[in-house]
Design a protein around this ligand. Structure first.
Ligand code: 8DG
Ligand code: MG
Ligand code: MG
Length: 143
């Protein structure tokens, strides 16, 4: 790919697990509008991956994270945009500090709402970078 302009950003993607379920929301965004995705956001200057995951989850769903671990990294090119971009997406696995806490839709401009889904029965369509890792056999649940 001979793309000479555009920027490379770091995104942190949160696989929030509760029992056999994972948290997904339907996106409202120019990137992947109407597709289901894991909560995510941009890494800010000075942040650790863990801090970014906790902050984004809090901002988008008001949920509080307990234990959190690094899972994997993907590299995604978004060329079909007015401003082409590339994301290094860092996938974290997390559980809730209090498993009884329920997600709130804090940013309704960017998300239709949050729901819990089984990994073997994910909603469609998935945001394409997520669809790609799923097709590659990625599974955030501990083995
Ligand atoms: P912010 O302004 O709150 O920091 O960011 P955001 O508005 O919450 O960003 P986002 O779109 O939720 O996430 C940042 C980007 O992460 C997203 O635009 C594209 C990128 N991204 C990947 N792979 C994946 C993925 O598998 N899932 C999700 N949710 N985002 C991904 O490159
Ligand atoms: Mg987000
Ligand atoms: Mg955000």
């Amino acid at each position: 790919v001979a793309e000479t302009s555009g920027s490379i950003k770091v995104a942190v993607v949160v696989c929030l697990l509760r029992g056999q379920n994972v948290l997904l929301g339907r996106r409202r965004s120019s990137l992947g509008d109407s597709t289901f995705s894991l909560p995510s956001g941009h890494l800010e200057f000075g942040e650790s991956f863990e801090e970014c995951a906790a902050r984004e989850l809090k901002e988008e769903s008001d949920l509080d994270i307990g234990k959190i671990q690094l899972l994997t990294v993907t590299n995604n090119l978004f060329l079909d945009e007015a401003k082409p971009s590339q994301y290094v997406a860092v996938f974290m696995r997390a559980v809730l500090a209090d498993p009884r806490q329920e997600p709130q839709n804090i940013e309704p401009k960017f998300c239709d709402g949050w729901g819990w889904y089984e990994w073997d029965n994910l909603p469609k369509p998935l945001f394409w970078p997520l669809e790609n890792v799923v097709q590659d056999g990625f599974n955030p649940f501990p083995t």
